[in-house]
Design a protein around this ligand. Sequence first.
Ligand SMILES: [Zn+2]
Ligand SMILES: [Zn+2]
Length: 404
Amino acid sequence: MGRAVRPRASGTGYRGQRHAAKRAKLADLPARHSAAWTAGAEGCSSIDGARARRYPSRVRTMVLRQPAPAADSPLVLEDGPAPEPGAGEIRLRVTACAVCRTDLQICEGDLVPRRLPIVPGHQVVGLVDAMGDGVAGWAPGDRVGLTWLAGTDGVCRFCLSGRENLCEGATFTGWDRDGGYAEAVTARADVAVRLPDGYPDLAAAPLLCGGVIGYRALRVAGIGPDSAGARLGLYGFGASARLALQVARAWGAEAYVTTRGTSERDRALELGAVWAGGYHDRPPVRLDAAVTFAPAGAVVAAAVRALDRGGVVAINAIHLDGLPAMPYEDLWWERSIRSVANVTRQDASEFLALAARIGIVTDIETHPLEAANEALARVATGALSGTAVLTTGASPGTPRASGG
Ligand SMILES: [Zn+2]
Ligand SMILES: [Zn+2]
């Protein structure tokens, strides 16, 4: 290909919590390794000379055969042939895949897998290395992200009205079809998202679920580029809320963060929240909008009580333990409660472009692919301080020369 592929520039703004040395090693890889497999050469050596694996004839994958508690290591490391892309599909060489709480729910069986065995993972970053028939718009070496949305039917009334997140025939990455806990994954070319140049793989991976859904939640709550001065409440302060806070700040909204832990409150203030308190505290102002991230109906009720007239609460949770009864006066004056379901391709591309432009900071910790069970266990026990990102040892995608 001859395309310049350089180690990424430092200072793009992500903050690893652990394994800093490992990350530095990834960043310092010589450019020629990236170039070798960006070119998609059949059977070129893995960048890890010690393992000397060959790609893409065999790939390692963490497979869920039967759900089990994370502590019992439900994922099994398998070595098998690389998946072949079908018509309309691309294959990615995975460089990074972030771990989402939904992956944990699938692996533990709280969210019943739609297919077994299944490879989890729906925050996937990789480079295109093979394409099936009929694929347009992608080329080998393109840097791609995959999200939770694996496909839509394109024909239901929701798809036809620009609301594909509500598609009745949607399929999902790592639930209906194999996801990114692997060295290679295939995906429908039309749902893959082009990643903005200059944003490192490890920092981009957590944006692809928690980031995009947080972005959508802000939009559902009525927060957008014209929200300067709006008062936004964020209830819960995990990975998704941290990203949403940065977007809201870039739009000029004031963020009021309510969360349990004092370290989370400190992090909220560091990231620019004007106020941070506990669940029993009430924000010092009436809110125009709020997004709840904690899967607890009581938190939704508290957010509604904090709203000003006309305010909106967006619930960013797939599951909620139920909504408590509340006096109608709490909802009176055109306050409203909305859920946030899935994302659209447009949400993903808008958010990723914005993330690159404003330099969103991602808090991550990295784990090698084969330690996916350990990463899930850390999600289960709440030990994470950011988002766990699985790395394959493949060279991270790097910023391309402009116009490349
Ligand atoms: Zn549809
Ligand atoms: Zn997710």
